[in-house]
Design a protein around this ligand. Structure first.
Ligand SMILES: [Zn+2]
Length: 357
């Protein structure tokens, strides 16, 4: 038996809809429901992700954001037919952190990532999965939104890091809330928007920063969620921080210029979390370093998330999905054979998803 899968030959790029053999094994059989497309998938398709590599042979099934339905539990007690599940992306190597289930803090880089490096992904009709790497979605009404679990779990880890870092001093307002604190979020893609709504729920004032005028749908989305925004092509960030001082910042862009903007403008005792990567090399960064040291800035890098963060993400969607109109983040649903969606950016695009069943 064969099935449909979106494959590439890494790291050369290009994607095609292929017929591949069904996977046999004693794991949980999952029928794919939706897969999300993110910047990483587009980079793989464009041949720009140098670390993309196949699991076996020379072809890789892509896709790492997914939600599916269990069709066969193969004697595993934890899952039953009909369960809605989200698969994890990163799979452990053999280092101590990986053995502890914290492959998001892998010490030696010997992990694999489904749909990215060393493991086939989820852009296919069905896959067989080790139950340790599946997270259940109990509330079936969020089945569509659960495709956002994977990008959202990154934010859950950022939130955990943020909560930990702010504890070093009494980093809160007179009334013990965070309502006097301003957080700047750089980047208005899916990840940036997810960061904004999650930190908004912590009670911070959130300001979204973009280098270009924002799409109307993004602007409306932010306004409805009471998130402020700044287009730095029309107003300088230095001016904005006079009105709303930068207490914290999260970067989802990945450029040295953003780190510079943060360290130049953030207040003393500020907290910054860097998530974006773009392969851009740092230039002269001595002043940045001096800023960090003299002003007690805390900058943390954050990548991926643990299984607990996937569960937190599912809970966040259950609790806030409707109120924060997370369905508005999904701006297009496409058939698997519509491969041009990997190359083109639609007008007002936020998150595009592929419907498999
Ligand atoms: Zn490891």
């Amino acid at each position: 038996m064969s099935m449909r899968a979106i494959t590439t030959v890494p790291p050369g790029g290009g994607v095609k809809l292929s017929e591949v053999n069904e996977e046999k094994g004693d794991g949980i059989r999952v029928r794919t429901f939706r897969t999300g497309i993110c910047g990483t998938d587009k980079e793989i398709a464009a041949g720009k992700l140098s670390f993309a590599r196949p699991e076996i042979g020379n072809s890789l099934i892509i896709g790492h954001e997914a939600v599916g339905v269990v069709t066969e539990s193969n004697g595993n007690y934890e899952f039953k037919e009909g369960d809605i599940v989200v698969p994890m992306v990163r799979r452990p190597g053999s280092c101590r952190m990986c053995r502890l289930g914290r492959q998001d803090y892998c010490e030696d880089g010997e992990f694999v990532e489904a749909g990215i490096r060393g493991k086939n992904g989820f852009m296919r009709d069905e896959f067989t999965e080790d139950p340790r790497f599946l997270v259940r979605v109990e509330n079936k009404s969020i089945q569509d939104l659960a495709v956002l679990t994977e990008p959202l779990k990154n934010v859950m880890k950022m939130k955990e890091i943020f909560q930990f870092l702010r504890m070093r001093i009494p980093w809160y307002c007179e009334d013990s809330t965070l309502s006097c604190k301003n957080m700047y979020v750089f980047g208005t893609g899916t990840e940036g928007l997810l960061i904004s709504i999650v930190f908004k729920t912590l009670g911070l004032n959130v300001i979204e920063v973009n280098r270009h005028p924002l799409d109307e749908n993004v602007m409306n989305y932010l306004e409805r969620n009471k998130i402020d925004y700044l287009d730095t092509s029309s107003e300088g960030i230095d001016k904005k921080v006079k009105d709303k001082p930068m207490d914290a910042a999260i970067d989802a862009v990945g450029s040295m210029d953003v780190l510079r903007e943060i360290t130049d403008n953030i207040r003393n005792n500020g907290i910054a979390i860097m998530f974006g990567t773009s392969g851009q090399l740092p230039s002269s960064n001595f002043d940045v370093l001096e800023n960090l040291v003299d002003r007690n800035l805390t900058i943390a890098g954050s990548v991926d998330g643990a299984k607990a963060h996937y569960s937190d993400a599912v809970k966040f969607i259950e609790t806030h999905g409707k109120v924060m109109e997370m369905d508005k983040l999904i701006t297009g649903t496409y058939e698997p054979d519509n491969l041009k969606i990997f190359m083109e950016k639609e007008k007002q695009e936020i998150k595009k998803v592929i419907a498999w069943s």
